[in-house]
Design a protein around this ligand. Structure first.
Ligand code: TYC
Length: 102
């Protein structure tokens, strides 16, 4: 056969089908026992907050009962919750955090 019969089947998509991932808030919950300083430490260590940002978030949670630590993809959010809860348990603090779809 001639050279034209060789099909390569290459399709160039003009607009690639990308999909933004679902995002999840990591929420910190207030309790009566976890030291304020520990919560500030957690926010600095796992959520890259400055001392001032961490203090503001901690005080917001202390007063209102719940606050947002950050917004992440599902896997990252789950990982943050696990790391926070592990450190809290190691230090015998009842600190709880959870995720919520945005
Ligand atoms: N309420 C705690 C206290 O008075 C402080 C605290 C703040 C605990 C935020 C948990 O997510 C929390 N020691």
């Amino acid at each position: 056969g001639s050279d034209d019969e060789l099909q390569t089947n290459i399709v160039v998509q003009a607009r690639p089908k990308t999909r933004r991932p679902a995002m999840y808030k990591v929420l910190m919950l207030n309790d009566d026992y976890t030291p304020m300083e520990f919560v500030v430490h957690v926010l600095e260590r796992f959520f890259q907050k400055t001392r001032d940002e961490a203090t503001n978030i901690m005080l917001h949670v202390h007063k209102r009962g719940v606050g947002v630590c950050g917004v992440f993809t599902y896997e990252v959010a789950e990982s943050k919750v696990t790391q926070v809860m592990d450190l809290a348990r190691q230090n015998q603090h009842p600190l709880q955090c959870t995720i919520e779809k945005t």
